[in-house]
Design a protein around this ligand. Structure first.
Ligand SMILES: Nc1ncnc2c1ncn2[C@@H]1O[C@H](COP(=O)(O)OP(=O)(O)OP(=O)(O)O)[C@@H](O)[C@H]1O
Ligand SMILES: [Mg+2]
Length: 225
């Protein structure tokens, strides 16, 4: 589904990713771990098609991101839902509107939006908060809203970059168990994190980055740095 072939990224003479190769298959739950600056976010952005490699190729279902025309690129991006540490919510819109906005951008009609948004919010435990504003939510609720935004257009892949970075352990675990449920429903989940506890509890594939290189790729990895 996602393939990196000898991907190298160089910025201002610094090697950010160094000949990185791996493949992620449909339905996997893969975590990227590594110290700050190891290259996790850069790698996540490449999967989202937001950064281009200096050399090597990133393939999504066999299509090279760098060679895709704008329509194909948009199609590829639509299949991927992103979740970020800082939530990226719209502060002046309600919970409902935050999710509805994502569907509006995709050109969905009002009837579909009215039907779908409450369903997704209910599933994520925010069914009672439709009319609240983001600053009226707890950190965990804000991150769950971000998850709802990533899910609402039914992407094939969910990719989360430090989704628990601003959360206490209880809320962090809530968000991770939602990601596990998403994975159990058949979607591919990619997680970049510092969080040792979470990785060790997950018991899933772990790819460890160090200074832009993959130093470990284990099917039932543990956090060892
Ligand atoms: N646009 C850029 N221009 C120059 N250097 C960059 C750019 N983006 C990232 N870097 C550098 O690339 C390296 C990897 O950054 P990246 O954000 O991918 O790391 P990370 O593993 O996500 O770290 P963290 O755990 O702190 O989020 C860092 O040394 C960073 O300073
Ligand atoms: Mg990062």
């Amino acid at each position: 589904m996602i393939q990196f072939n000898n991907v190298t990224k160089i910025c201002n003479d610094d090697v950010i990713l160094d000949s990185v190769s791996f493949e992620i298959k449909e339905g996997e739950f893969v975590s990227f771990v590594g110290k700050s600056g190891a290259g996790k976010t850069t790698l996540v952005k490449m999967i989202l098609g937001l950064e281009k490699p200096t050399s090597g190729e990133v393939l999504f279902n066999g299509i090279n991101f760098s060679e895709a025309d704008p329509t194909a690129l948009q199609d590829m991006r639509r299949k991927i839902g992103g979740i970020y540490q800082d939530y990226k919510l719209l502060p002046k819109r309600t919970v409902f509107e935050n999710v509805a906005y994502i569907m509006q951008v995709e050109g969905k009609d009002n009837e579909e939006i009215e039907a779908e948004v409450p369903k997704v919010l209910e599933a994520i435990g925010l069914g009672e908060k439709l009319n609240s504003f983001p600053d009226e939510l707890s950190g965990g609720e804000q991150q769950r809203l971000a998850v709802a935004r990533a899910l609402v257009n039914h992407p094939d892949i969910i990719i989360a970059d430090e989704p628990t970075g601003n959360l206490d352990p209880y809320n962090a675990y809530e968000v991770i168990s939602i990601l596990q449920k998403i994975n159990q429903s058949g979607k591919t989940v990619i997680l970049a994190t510092h969080d040792r506890e979470i990785i060790n509890k997950l018991g899933k594939r772990v790819i460890t980055l160090e200074k832009g290189k993959i130093i470990r790729d284990e099917a039932e990895g543990r956090f060892i740095i």
